[in-house]
Design a protein around this ligand. Structure first.
Ligand SMILES: Cc1cc2nc3c(=O)[nH]c(=O)nc-3n(C[C@H](O)[C@H](O)[C@H](O)COP(=O)(O)OP(=O)(O)OC[C@H]3O[C@@H](n4cnc5c(N)ncnc54)[C@H](O)[C@@H]3O)c2cc1C
Length: 544
């Protein structure tokens, strides 16, 4: 889609998230940094520490940056444009690993990170290539005693950590670089992996990773009762001196990432970066005051404000969940505390849960049988899958959501649950095809949350009591306005306009479109297991 083709209508059709102007965003950034920095924090290390930025593209409450700063005299922040992230394909079905919209979002995160680091006396070194080649060379050139990075939990990322660590062990530093640790070989830099990005710290969990409860409710109750959330790490306002570097490198363009540029001309346009993230928290909580009604609106599908929209920034690490927690607590103190204010935290605990489950179950979250190794018959019917991914099933609710995903990189939680249920339960298609399609397109793609939710939706997740079948006709009645917003995508289907008056007519009509699908829906192996949920699936139960 090209917004230039119809700029006047696209302005109306497209909403920026956050919706604040540049001055307001910069003001919020400065105010927030005033609150979340400290004059008390002191450095007590020597030499240069490298900060290898990964999915933690922020300055505020960044444990990695905090630790590196405290343990050194100078910090070198680095981002590696890894071809395995931007130019590779998804694991089984060969879709692009990163779509153009997420690529653009990450570019914006990097531009903002560089700007925010420069404001505080640092900069961001940008290099193209594999971290295991770039980081050790830098460590040698700058005689760095340690490289600090956020610990990841899924195999692709963990594998890169291992390669970096191995390559660092081969670097020999001259003596007197100020290192005080004895890890690694004689005088090689070490990779210090720091836990971050969750509400609860891994080390504070009241169980070992092997005994993390499989059922979300048990997990939640246990962490809420037995551990507390650590305070945000308050870093110094000034982070310099920066090491002397001639060429810090530029943030790549979308073409340099090897991705197709794509403009958002309709729906939500998310702006990447920490400044935008902090502004969105301010906008949603304080300016628009929507936090107090979140629980009632969160299952919506249309517009920027039925839910927080924090997920793209959480996934890139431009926003810290602990910062959200502290803002919720401040709101509860200064305005009001109710079920809605709590419910944002409740949802963030889902995010933690999927992260910790990935530690417990490893790669099985990516396997067809999921963590429980469930055996079930799936098909990989390309025609059905294409109709789903292209938003041409003939079912307006499904098509509207899939169009939204490819046009904006976002889809509501309820939309995701519905299209997931349709793909796996009605079409009987291998759930991994859907998960990989989401992996390409979602701005907020995160392996733990994405595959965790897909395994749940497909009935191969951890909680055997979950049944997430969504009745399309019932859901469509509730979500008609959202369908109307995107229904133009169904134009190729004859008589759509005349028939969209009532949903049931569309439903009956669309049945004629895909007889193959209908056969599957009526005779498919999943049919016996379906329990139609009147008001959606997961969230109707008290605890989902
Ligand atoms: C099939 C499927 C795939 C999904 N893939 C992803 C993904 O790749 N990345 C991702 O961040 N979320 C994923 N989700 C979860 C959820 O849909 C999004 O987090 C949510 O829609 C983001 O919108 P929001 O920030 O406005 O959420 P809100 O309703 O405002 O919730 C606040 C925050 O809580 C967290 N959260 C809420 N629900 C969930 C959930 N079910 N699982 C994990 N975290 C949750 C998110 O961080 C979210 O930003 C998926 C859900 C489904 C059903």
């Amino acid at each position: 889609m090209n917004s230039r083709s119809d700029s006047s209508s696209s302005k109306v059709m497209c909403q920026m998230v956050p919706g604040l102007d540049t001055n307001e965003k910069e003001y919020i950034l400065d105010q927030t940094f005033e609150l979340y920095t400290s004059k008390m924090v002191k450095r007590n290390g020597k030499g240069t520490a490298i900060v290898w930025f990964r999915n933690d593209l922020r300055v505020l409450d960044n444990e990695v940056l905090f630790k590196a700063w405290v343990d050194s005299e100078s910090v070198l922040p680095v981002y590696c444009v890894d071809p395995r992230v931007f130019q590779a394909s998804t694991r089984y079905f060969g879709f692009p690993k990163t779509g153009g919209l997420r690529g653009q979002f990450i570019i914006e995160c990097l531009v903002d990170l560089k700007k925010n680091l420069m404001k505080r006396g640092l900069n961001l070194l940008i290099r193209h290539g594999k971290p295991e080649e770039i980081i050790p060379t830098l460590a040698k050139d700058f005689a760095s005693h340690a490289v600090y990075a956020q610990k990841e939990t899924c195999s692709e990322e963990v594998n890169v950590e291992k390669l970096v660590s191995k390559a660092l062990r081969r670097v020999q530093l001259p003596h007197s670089t100020g290192r005080s640790t004895s890890q690694g070989s004689a005088n090689s830099p070490t990779l210090q992996l720091v836990w971050g990005g969750t509400l609860y710290h891994l080390d504070d969990l009241p169980f070992s990773t092997n005994s993390i409860p499989d059922v979300y409710t048990q997990f939640r109750k246990s962490v809420e009762a037995k551990c507390s959330i650590r305070s945000c790490a308050k870093i110094s306002m000034s982070l310099g001196p920066a090491p002397c570097i001639e060429d810090w490198g530029c943030v790549p363009s979308i073409e340099q990432l090897g991705l197709q540029p794509q403009e958002v001309s309709k729906g939500l346009r998310f702006l990447g970066g920490e400044t935008a993230a902090l502004s969105r928290v301010y906008e949603y909580f304080w300016k628009k005051d929507f936090l107090k009604i979140y629980k009632e609106t969160r299952n919506g599908m249309l517009g920027p404000d039925y839910s927080t929209k924090f997920s793209p920034w959480l996934a890139s690490g431009s926003l810290s969940p602990r910062f959200i927690y502290e803002e919720v607590k401040r709101y509860e103190k200064e305005r009001l505390a109710n079920d809605s204010t709590y419910w944002v935290l409740f949802e963030l605990i889902w995010r933690d849960y999927f992260r910790f489950i990935s530690v417990k179950y490893g790669n099985s979250i990516f396997h067809l049988g999921g963590p429980r190794n469930v055996e079930r018959r799936w098909n990989q019917d390309q025609r059905l899958f294409d109709s789903w991914r292209n938003g041409c099933t003939g079912y307006p609710l499904i098509d509207a959501n899939m169009k939204e995903l490819s046009a904006t990189g976002f889809m509501s939680n309820r939309g995701r649950q519905i299209v997931c249920s349709f793909l796996v339960r009605d079409m009987g298609i291998d759930w991994r095809m859907g998960a990989e399609w989401f992996e390409t397109f979602l701005l907020d793609y995160d392996p733990c949350s994405n595959y965790g939710n897909w395994t749940y939706g497909a009935g191969v997740g951890n909680d055997p009591r979950e049944d997430r079948y969504f009745s399309i006709p019932k859901q469509a009645q509730t979500y008609d306005p959202a369908v109307s917003m995107w229904h133009t995508g169904c134009r190729s289907c004859k008589n759509f306009q005349e028939r969209r008056g009532t949903f049931l007519e569309n439903y009956t009509w669309s049945k004629l479109c895909l007889s193959n699908l209908e056969t599957l829906m009526e005779t498919g192996p999943l049919q016996q297991e379906k329990t139609v949920m009147e008001d959606g699936g997961g969230r109707r139960r008290k605890d989902t």
